[in-house]
Design a protein around this ligand. Sequence first.
Ligand SMILES: [Mn+2]
Length: 340
Amino acid sequence: MDFLSKPILTAKDNLLLEKIKRKISGFQNFNIFTHKNPDGDAIGSILALCQILAAKGKTARTFIFDSADERFSFFPNFEKIKIARKPELLDNALIIYVDCSSPARTGFEENSFADKEGIAIDHHLVSEQEDPNVIKIINSAASSTAEVIFDMATQLNWPMDVETSTCLLGGLLADTGSFQHSNTSPKSFRIVSLLIKKGVNLKKTAEQLFKKREFDGSLKIWGKVLSRVSVDAQTKMAFSYVSQDDLKKYNSNEDELSGLINLLAGIPESRFSLLLIETKFGKVRGSMRSELYKGVDVAKIAQAFGGGGHKLAAGFEVEGKIKDKEKEIKEKIAEELLKQ
Ligand SMILES: [Mn+2]
């Protein structure tokens, strides 16, 4: 067996897989959740899992708390995702958390999950209290949750048709930024080659996922946000923000801002970047990025605000408006940075 053929799951994971297999066999109904502000990996992974379960004769529903970016509407069965503040859950169902590992990240009220049995499939390492009701399979070596699901499906002989494969490919492409991020591994390429064998269209999927921004509004607001970027002399943090007033003025929305943070991360004199976005719901969302050689762990900083993510890409959310919170957030970040 060459090294590329080895499963990225460890022996311990294999025991977990057996547990998960038995757990899934014991249920007919499944409620599938992912994190708030779902990205391409979250959407692709919940849809892939939903289709796999349907192909096994099970009944599954997928739920998201917010709207999803229009770009993701090409994912097969996208229209079946239920977007609602109050999820209409299937009864007697097993809960599956995808691309996150706890109720807190879903946005839904935590008591709707209380005492319910669940599984979490994820690739984010987070320090959370263990929940005896949730079996977690978390592989931080995987580029995306899509990769973890691909491995599980392969090892458990789950059916993967072209639609499921397209969802997994989309998830993997989204989280690796089309193989440009440092989380891309030889394994990622191997999985893509196997997905291509299953009939997915790599070119078309990549085009749909990263299609050019056509909105005049989005280009203008990107220009405004970039013109505001400052790099702090002490912390070397590149910073910018988007208020609700900006979004109104440029007739834009939060969806059109995705990708902007990655531009900030590339500013040469910075060690990491922060973009604050004011949400419709009276909160401030912080996105942080860094690059491998810059030696800043943005996940640790995000955790100080109750958020999470990866070493090089993380986020958090706090209540309030940017004008009231900016100073406090920056001070806390400077403090956290000293601990690294
Ligand atoms: Mn992901």
